[in-house]
Design a protein around this ligand. Structure first.
Ligand code: SF4
Length: 262
């Protein structure tokens, strides 16, 4: 099965460039021999994909990872999206016992104190639930874009995720943020209200800040960490190593930075 999926990923990777995002999603749904899951963070890229899946009734399950630390605006968008399309976005939650152990051990906001604490939190709240979200799937859709960071420029439209044993496809990989914003506006796709307040990449509330002028779009994520230690944890290379986010360290003086132990 793995070899078949690897070959399918290679074939898709060669053909995706000439296809529209909808055609790419439809091809995944039709040709991947098993369940296909789209994991959404409810960011603008993911909202475009959700729109294409729900509006065209594609047999792709849409799931989100509710870490318990999302912005109120994100929960409002989740509800608005379900109401608009009449479809459920399935929630994945952290394991209760693991979450209790994490918070009791390192504190409610332990992620600010050390990179390993942050990775522990992402591990319990995101990575482990993602594993369950993708269990049994043969295909995984994500909203990654090539121009989101230097690191992502090296990725492909479609790859074989050797660690999880599935075809991983990025159907809007070649789309710019501006083109996606135009699409969502033209098609009445609901988007997170925080995007209009300079939050371009939106994750958990305590770990996301608005961008300052001139910063790259993912600079507001885990901004207190050294650049070399920021790892998303959800996206891994073929050997299972986390793909590093490529952000810029902000200037000291940021309000949230100041409250950290120095
Ligand atoms: S982004 Fe922050 S709050 Fe969310 S899981 Fe990671 S460390 Fe925890």
């Amino acid at each position: 099965m793995s070899e078949r999926l690897r070959e399918l990923a290679a074939a898709f990777n060669g053909s995706f460039a000439a296809m529209t995002p909808l055609e790419r999603l439809a091809a995944m749904a039709e040709h991947v021999p098993g369940p296909v899951v789209f994991t959404t963070s409810l960011g603008i890229e993911d909202q475009m994909i959700t729109h294409l899946i729900f509006s065209n009734d594609l047999p792709i399950t849409v799931k989100t990872l509710d870490t318990g630390r999302l912005f109120p605006e994100t929960y409002a968008l989740w509800r608005e999206t379900e109401e608009k399309y009449g479809r459920r976005i399935r929630a994945m939650y952290p394991r209760g016992e693991a979450l209790e152990e994490l918070v009791n051990d390192q504190g409610i906001d332990g992620f600010y104190y050390a990179p390993e604490f942050r990775k522990n939190c992402c591990g319990v709240r995101k990575v482990e639930p993602l594993g369950r979200a993708l269990a049994g799937a043969a295909g995984w859709i994500t909203g990654l874009r090539r121009d989101q960071s230097a690191n992502r420029a090296d990725m492909d439209f479609v790859g074989f995720d050797g660690a999880r044993g599935l075809v991983k496809a990025n159907p809007i990989f070649d789309w710019s943020r501006d083109a996606i914003a135009h699409f969502t506006k033209a098609n009445g796709v609901p988007v997170n209200a925080l995007h209009a307040k300079n939050f371009l990449s939106i994750g958990c509330a305590p770990c996301t800040r608005a961008l300052r002028p001139g910063e790259p779009e993912r600079a507001g994520r885990w901004w207190w960490e050294e650049e070399t230690k920021r790892e998303c944890g959800l996206h891994v290379d073929d050997a299972g190593r986390p793909v590093r986010a490529d952000n810029h360290r902000p200037a000291e003086g940021d309000a949230a930075f100041e409250r950290l132990p120095q």
